[in-house]
Design a protein around this ligand. Structure first.
Ligand code: TRP
Length: 406
């Protein structure tokens, strides 16, 4: 399907539904990411990219790149071409603040974005769509803003280069040049088109229907005159989970018609729930996810009691058949967060052949996650109001960032 084939087939007929508002598959089935690439019309991120990124950045590629967590892209090759010619680009990512604390799945795009920022030494804008969550989750304006602020602390704790990062909430920042771009985009998108892309219905309120331009325009440098003034051709690379693709399909469709560059994308699969790989982790079931606020005890309990195991029912059977690594959550989580390739290979072999038991793998996972969450907790505690306010809300500081950002 071509890039401009925005109107995806009617969702009702589909076995799997993936869009920014819903990720579901038929009961007992896994998401078919190959099918998703075909349906969305993005490109597969093949291993040659991993090598190329390593060469261009002269540093080891991130785990999420090596192990295929980021598996799809749009025009990432063009970003690398431009970078090799000595041209700069900027990163754009975001979060809809719908919950108090982030879970591990929420951290994935931010951890990866931090790596990209460090590896390429480029500026980054982070959008907090408090307006989006206010409209979709029926939160009050004030509550959405409060959650945005809380989430911003967790995001800053991921360790971005503060001299090159601009984090903003829509309620605070939308206006001026950003709003002008929103109107330019909105004029190019018919009601039929958003229905085709996002599946809106006539019963949806007009807030939802008119929201997509808000998420589209951070892809254009002219939306941030205090950061990128005079750099209207700066390319933008968006790291995100693949459920966000519809927003940027729309953005890429509109961009050339309003004289702007299309943003490039690098897209991840979803981090699976503890119960198994049938969708995204859900914020409504606390036992389906590990939160950055979980204690060591919580982590131990959740992994031991709720992580779906691909091990066999009895030890004898396990020794004989080995674990089914395709469905095993403790192993899957280790492939995300255990950096040591040799150790992961060792576990793959030993556990897969039945020499290692589920209990040992869970033990390792508990150790890895406890360390990760503890590191995050310390980093978040260091995000005091003093560090935080300047990064998000104070205009003078934004001007300082603007000078040093490029
Ligand atoms: N809509 C996203 C969410 O609900 C938030 C978001 C805004 C975003 N801009 C983005 C995500 C850019 C990735 C890239 O979480």
């Amino acid at each position: 399907m071509g890039e401009n084939a925005n109107e995806v087939p009617q969702e009702e007929e589909e076995d799997q539904i993936v869009n920014p508002f819903q990720v579901t598959v038929k009961k007992g089935e896994k998401i078919d990411y190959d099918k998703l690439i075909d349906k969305f019309g993005c490109q597969r991120l093949d291993p040659s990219f991993v090598e190329r990124v390593e060469r261009v950045t002269s540093r080891p590629p991130h785990v999420f790149l090596r192990r295929g967590v980021f598996f799809a892209h749009r025009d990432f090759n063009e970003i690398l071409d431009a970078y090799e010619r000595g041209e700069n680009f900027y990163l754009y990512t975001g979060r809809g603040p719908s919950s108090e604390a982030l879970h591990l799945g929420h951290l994935v795009p931010f951890m990866f974005t931090k790596y990209l920022q460090d590896a390429f030494k480029v500026p980054l804008v982070i959008q907090l769509t408090d307006d989006e969550k206010c409209m979709w989750k029926n939160l009050s304006v004030e509550e959405s803003q409060r959650l945005a602020r809380e989430n911003a602390k967790d995001i800053i704790a991921c360790g971005f280069d503060v001299t090159r990062t601009f984090i903003f909430s829509d309620f605070d920042y939308v206006g001026g040049a950003f709003y002008k771009n929103m109107v330019k985009v909105a004029k190019c998108v018919t009601f039929n088109k958003v229905v085709g892309i996002f599946g809106f219905t006539p019963e949806d309120h007009i807030g939802k229907i008119s929201f997509p331009p808000v998420q589209a325009v951070p892809s254009f440098p002219s939306s941030f005159p205090h950061l990128f003034s005079g750099k209207d051709d700066l390319r933008c690379l968006i790291p995100c989970a693949i459920d966000q693709d519809p927003y940027f399909r729309m953005t890429r469709d509109v961009a050339p018609r309003i004289g702007y560059q299309k943003p490039a994308l690098i897209e991840s699969s979803f981090f699976p729930a503890l119960q198994g790989e049938t969708g995204k982790m859900s914020a409504s079931d606390p036992n389906s996810a590990i939160y950055v606020t979980d204690s060591a005890k919580d982590i131990k309990k959740k992994v031991n009691n709720h992580a779906f195991s691909g091990g066999q029912d009895s030890i004898e059977k396990h020794r004989e058949l080995g674990a089914n690594l395709e469905v095993d959550i403790p192993f899957k989580y280790l492939t995300f967060f255990l950096d040591d390739d040799d150790e992961v290979e060792h576990i793959r072999k030993e556990y897969g052949s039945g020499r290692m038991l589920t209990g040992e793998v869970k033990q390792k996972l508990i150790q890895v996650l406890t360390e990760l969450v503890e590191r995050h907790r310390k980093a978040r505690a260091a995000v005091t109001e003093e560090v935080f306010d300047p990064q998000m809300f104070q205009d003078e500081y934004q001007a300082v960032i603007a000078q040093s950002i490029l």
